[in-house]
Design a binder for this molecule. Structure first.
Ligand code: ADP
Ligand code: ZN
Length: 724
């Protein structure tokens, strides 16, 4: 027999199918080792056939199968093919997405445990062998037990004696690691659905459309809808995928899933150890677990017979991959839902403008949960004009109103969350005499001061620098930090409310697998009164004692040079505001801004998604931005500037030919240095396009896929979320 093999080398040169001889133990989807050139390569069997166009005596033979099962099924092979065609990337790259990286590298060490079981029913023991008798009784009662446990409980020699007599047999067996043992696990009954929730489930199940958008404010019971939908599909013997933006930020969703589904749920995400990830993957592959939970890569979970896919917080930017192939999680989820004839449920309190438009046009089923569970009102938002505060001579991060509200919140024994758009002590270090700004030596960006380590850090490459005491440029002493940040807010709080216990949550305080989780757990256990943080405090936590949310610099994210900055700001504010007043007590929000008349802020303060959407979609149409156009950026990065520019010019010339033939499809087409000119010592150049119509995309991908070299990287980004 002949195996068609894709060699696992991510290079355009070997991106074709090679035929190998094989025996009948090899089947499609298996990982194999094959002779390749003068060495051995890993490969994926994509098809088995009877004959080859290559003469048999010229064919080499598959050396071995790496597993005794096909790691990839028919669906994976089909999807990988589609991905490679869409993004013009080597098949090997697409196939890799379906496997845990550690499996490919062969670096997982399976963990084994030894179990003891009875080998004989009847046994005669010496009269004095008390411990052996006890151990035996225990095994008769329990069938089998972990050997380490038995040794600890009955003594090392008792087990050894029984084993030597042939009464007990020891077996080594693979043990699957359980990464989130400590989260959840308690028994929880599902609550009775409200009529709005029941109607939502009915609407999702009834529609003939594949995709449903569940739009409901925070706390309207969306998660409960997902859980019960999943439960229904599991009952039918099906499986489910539950996607969340960033798993470490959603421990509560995680515990709810674990409480409801116990061992049926497997978690896939990058914070796990290699072994843990592999084991969770295996539990899904072997059917021991039927729900995959995770961030975007979990969309590739090895599940058969999918019954539903949930994509929670669908608007979140993390659903776009940042590595080739730069897939969008929605697209993969959609293809899988079509393959399995199951529903894809998108959920959000603040859907992306693009998604909402598709729902409005009838492409997706629009399902609404208009009210919070138990009709709790949304917290009231007060807008504070910070220009007036400054005029009144208040230079601090806190307006008079926020201070007053904080003071009474603390006095009532409640908790507060303070949200800041930026991180670090301050944005930049600037010399007030000569205007010198401290910059990274490897990247074209300014550095950020961190007071806890008294140093400057580059947020692009992580390099640390000493904080200068005099200006390195003019020698003056007027070197200062500008702006504000989480650290400074914490320091100001200490002065204002010395008795308050304050927790800080930002990129710097949350390293490690459970960094976020620990801080959130502390806050939720009321070990602190105030939580100060950046974007990550905005996500879906549920803290019943939080009655005040302060948004310190609401307009910061409005000034990003990104067509989505309005949308982002609206989403952020709505999300943070939703943290207040989740339980009985009515919550309040203080929104501080230097731009109090801003439309986006007004809509956010009124929880008026529809109003925001109308305004925003009008703007996008008027200015021809997505979804009315597509922004495409070709990024060219390389260590050698001349070579990088050469590659840029070659690509530009080839795309220019498309442009000349189809100029009506292009709204904008130009090449330039990227706004951040250098990162990690690599020069960055870009070709920027705005397309009315996506039809030239295929050719653009084809041009770019072969254009890079060993030293120059070429990437195509569609509607990039960051244009730096
Ligand atoms: P969302 O995902 O929209 O933020 P959740 O599903 O988390 O909403 O619901 C908000 C709160 O209401 C949670 O504490 C949840 O446990 C509770 N809840 C949801 N549905 C019900 C229900 N049918 N009966 C009682 N409590 C519910
Ligand atoms: Zn740097």
């Amino acid at each position: 027999m002949i195996a068609e093999v894709i060699v696992d080398i991510a290079s355009g040169d070997v991106d074709k199918i090679f035929d190998y001889l094989c025996d009948e133990t090899i089947c499609a989807g298996m990982r194999v080792a094959v002779p390749f050139g003068r060495s051995t390569a890993a490969g994926f069997v994509i098809k088995i056939k009877e004959t080859s166009d290559v003469p048999t005596d010229k064919l080499k033979r598959v050396l071995r199968a790496e597993d005794d099962f096909p790691a990839l099924n028919r669906e994976c092979l089909l999807l990988a093919e589609k991905l490679s065609a869409r993004y013009s990337c080597p098949m090997a790259l697409s196939l890799r997405l379906f496997l845990p990286a550690e499996m490919r590298r062969g670096t997982v060490r399976e963990s084994f445990r030894t179990f003891a079981r009875l080998a004989k029913e009847e046994a005669v023991l010496p009269a004095r062998a008390e411990r052996q008798r006890e151990l035996l009784a225990f095994l008769k009662e329990n069938g089998e037990a972990d050997a380490a446990f038995l040794r600890e409980r009955f003594g090392f020699s008792a087990l050894k004696a029984l084993e030597e007599k042939g009464i007990v047999r020891l077996e080594k067996r693979r043990a699957l690691r359980d990464p989130y043992r400590e989260i959840g696990g308690g028994e929880k009954e599902a609550p009775v659905l409200t009529s709005a929730q029941a109607q939502a489930i009915e609407a999702i199940e009834r529609t003939e459309k594949t995709v449903a958008l569940l739009h409901g404010v925070t706390g309207s019971g969306k998660t409960e809808v997902y859980l019960q939908l999943i439960a229904k599909r599991l009952k039918e013997g099906k499986t489910a995928i539950f996607l969340v933006p960033e798993i470490s930020l959603t421990p509560q969703t995680l515990s709810r899933l674990r409480e409801r589904f116990k061992g049926e749920a497997a978690i896939l995400h990058s914070g796990l150890s290699a072994g843990e990830r592999y084991d969770e993957w295996m539990r899904l592959k072997t059917g021991q677990a039927r729900i995959a939970i995770g961030a975007r890569s979990a969309v590739f979970a090895p599940l058969e017979n999918l019954g539903v896919i949930v994509l929670d917080e669908e608007h979140d930017g993390s659903y776009s991959s940042e590595r080739a192939p730069r897939y969008n999680t929605f697209d993969i989820a959609y293809l899988r839902a079509q393959y399995h004839h199951c529903k894809l449920v998108l959920g959000s309190a603040t859907p992306s403008v693009e998604t909402y438009r598709r729902a409005e046009k009838g492409e997706f089923e629009l399902v609404k949960l208009p009210e919070r569970i138990n009709h709790r009102p949304m917290p009231e938002v007060s807008i504070v004009d910070m220009r007036r505060e400054v005029k009144r001579g208040n230079p601090s991060s806190f307006s008079a109103l926020l201070r007053e509200r904080l003071s009474s919140c603390l006095a009532e024994g409640n908790q507060a969350i303070l949200f800041l758009n930026r991180r670090g002590y301050s944005q930049t270090v600037l010399c007030r005499d000569c205007g010198y700004v401290a910059k990274c030596g490897h990247c074209d960006v300014s550095l950020t001061y961190h007071s806890d380590e008294n140093c400057l850090k580059c947020h692009f490459c992580g390099t640390k620098y000493r904080m200068p005491t005099v200006c390195p440029s003019c020698g003056g002493a007027q070197i200062r930090y500008l702006g504000t940040g989480t650290q400074r807010v914490v320091e100001e709080l200490k002065e204002l409310f010395p008795a308050a216990r304050v927790l800080r949550m930002d990129v710097d305080t949350t390293s490690g697998k459970e960094g976020h989780y620990k801080i959130l757990k502390q806050f939720s256990a009321r070990e602190a009164d105030i939580l100060v943080g950046t974007q990550m405090v905005a996500k879906g936590h549920d803290f019943p004692f939080v009655t005040l949310v302060g948004i310190l610099d609401a307009d910061m994210s409005l000034h990003f040079p990104d067509y989505r900055s309005g949308e982002r700001t609206f989403q952020l504010i709505t999300q943070v505001a939703g943290r207040s007043g989740r339980a009985e007590a009515r919550g309040g929000v203080v929104l501080q801004t230097f731009d109090p008349e801003n439309y986006i802020l007004r809509f956010a303060a009124d929880y008026d998604y529809e109003g925001f959407y109308r305004y925003e979609i009008g703007m996008r149409q008027g200015t021809a931005f997505p979804p009315f156009a597509k922004i495409v950026r070709v990024m060219v990065t390389g260590g050698d500037e001349r070579e990088t520019v050469e590659v840029l010019k070659t690509i530009y010339a080839r795309i220019e030919k498309i442009y000349q033939k189809n100029s009506e499809k292009f709204l904008f087409f130009n090449r330039m240095r990227a706004p951040v000119k250098r990162v990690r010592d690599k020069h960055r150049y870009q070709i920027l396009m705005r397309l009315f119509d996506g039809s030239p995309l295929k050719e653009i991908y084809e041009i770019c896929s072969g254009a890079g070299s060993r030293d120059v990287l070429v990437e195509v980004e569609e509607n990039p979320s960051n244009l730096s």
